[in-house]
Design a protein around this ligand. Structure first.
Ligand SMILES: [Zn+2]
Length: 495
């Protein structure tokens, strides 16, 4: 295909997001109920994602785990995954949440500081009254930070929070290792630097700065929000900062601060960030209603749930929660809860989530990709046969032919025949003009226009497994309206 339909990637190349299609596949094991062959998702690997593109994906039920992107089929799952978001400008912390902040702040500054500061820097009567009546989240969250504290007196501890690039450091890994081993009781042989890197460092999101409509500058991309007490790193919030949201990816902390309720503090700080920097929305990750330990997510209100069919947001009020109680698959646009079709899974399940600790759903990994029990840091183990070049394969030899990788696993299915909510049908995809779609391969630095591919006129999107049908599946999964922002990336992921 060299030489055909060349576009030069110049100034325009940066606006594309680069995705490699893996396909629509059954997951090997559910991270919540441990059921095997637990449900279908569509998978892709991102080599580069613009924050604006990924914002659109998360608003269509997608999520990422490292560079693996997936969109679960809520209708065909033991534990349907729903996307939630919270309006930070409307957020009202509960008494419990306010207390967690106050307790932490008092621990940092200490009783002596509180007493002496009241004497040295007395608050006006009006100020005291205001603080009594109003809990200003942004103000309270920043209060214990060393650089904002009035001094003298000296606080008991020096507390700092910095937003850093999501690069690997040994300091971060040590906290991660402790968190996985102690808080999540992960066997030590399953915790590795490699896993930490793959899952939580070096995300495919590009880093940018944007100016919001209100004139405020905000950072976009993946970041580590690093919490240090007396210079020691004690917690890391892994965040995707997108044009309209702070998306929580993971939160890890050292066991020594477990008693301070760090999960709650982390969530509140992220909500405060969404509010003060103008992102507005906070995405706590997927919500699985039949998983009791996920309930902490909906303790932050008001929250909205993304309808899998019309892809609009619905207030997660009592009525909506009642709908979740009655149905397995819930469609809010039609206000219906379907009884589950699958069998076996109990109504309330154990999960590896820890209470009050915002932890993302482990991705429902494709069965073909799986060689061990799934967990968030084992995203896609080596899977030479499934055709998807995964981050795990970086140093390994791969097949020569880019396009001949087919998915022979019995658990792969055809997305366009799946009836998955929110996905165009085969007939609808036939109406989509994909001729101008661009592709990238190893053969050249240039982008190739789909209509110039030799197979373009001979293959049909209905022929499951062909290159053209794989491209059509990816387009359907991201949404045909995003064709102009998408580059199908068939390069070997060796660089
Ligand atoms: Zn499950």
């Amino acid at each position: 295909m060299e030489g055909a339909g060349i576009q030069t990637p110049g100034a325009t190349a940066a606006r594309y997001s680069y995705l490699f299609p893996i396909g629509y596949s059954n997951s090997s094991e559910c991270g919540y109920c441990r059921q095997t062959r637990s449900g279908y998702s569509y998978y892709a690997i991102a080599t580069s994602l613009t924050p604006a593109f990924y914002q659109k994906l998360v608003d269509r039920c997608w999520r990422r785990s490292g560079s693996l992107l997936y969109r679960p089929n809520q209708k065909h799952s033991c534990c349907p995954h729903y996307t939630l978001r919270l309006d930070s400008t409307q957020f009202k912390p509960t008494k419990d949440q306010r207390q967690a902040v106050n307790r932490f702040n008092r621990h940092i500054v200490g009783e002596t500081y509180v007493r002496d500061a009241a004497r040295l820097h007395p608050r006006s009567r009006a100020e005291v009254r205001r603080r009594h009546n109003v809990f200003d989240l942004v103000e309270r969250i920043h209060e214990p930070e060393a650089e904002l504290l009035k001094s003298p007196p000296s606080p008991d501890h020096v507390f700092t929070v910095t937003l850093e690039p999501d690069t690997f450091t040994e300091e971060k890994y040590q906290v991660f290792e402790n968190y996985q081993r102690i808080v999540h009781r992960e066997p030590p042989d399953r915790i590795s630097r490699q896993g930490f890197k793959r899952f939580l460092c070096g995300s495919p999101l590009t880093r940018e700065t944007m100016t919001g409509p209100d004139g405020t500058e905000r950072q976009l991309g993946s970041f580590h929000q690093c919490y240090r007490i007396d210079g020691k790193l004690v917690a890391v919030g892994v965040l995707d900062l997108l044009p309209d949201c702070v998306s929580a990816v993971y939160f890890l902390y050292h066991e020594s601060i477990h008693w301070l309720n760090p999960g709650k503090l982390g969530a509140l700080r992220e909500i405060a960030l969404a509010r003060e920097a103008g992102y507005r929305w906070w995405y706590p990750g997927y919500y699985v209603h039949n998983c009791a330990k996920m309930r902490y997510k909906i303790e932050y209100k008001p929250q909205y749930v993304l309808d899998p069919e019309d892809l609009r947001w619905y207030l997660l009020d009592k009525e909506a929660l009642a709908l979740f109680d009655t149905g397995h698959y819930v469609c809010f646009s039609g206000r219906t809860g379907d009884q589950r079709e699958e069998t076996g899974a109990p109504a309330v399940m154990n999960s590896i989530d820890t209470e009050s600790s915002p932890k993302p759903a482990p991705p429902p990994l494709p069965a073909a990709a799986q060689t061990a029990a799934p967990d968030p840091i084992k995203a896609r183990e080596t899977d030479q046969e499934s055709g998807g070049a995964s981050p795990a394969e970086e140093d390994q030899e791969e097949d020569e032919d880019d396009f001949e990788d087919d998915f022979e696993d019995e658990d792969d299915a055809f997305l366009l025949a799946s009836n998955m909510p929110g996905i165009p049908s085969l007939e609808e995809m036939r109406q989509v003009d994909m001729d101008g779609l661009v592709l990238r391969s190893d053969f050249s630095n240039n982008l190739i226009v789909a209509s110039h591919l030799v197979i373009w006129d001979t293959e049909d999107i209905a022929q499951f497994g062909t290159l053209k049908s794989r491209i059509a599946e990816l387009v359907a999964a991201v949404g045909p309206d995003l064709i102009g922002e998408l580059c199908i990336d068939f390069r070997k992921r060796s660089s």
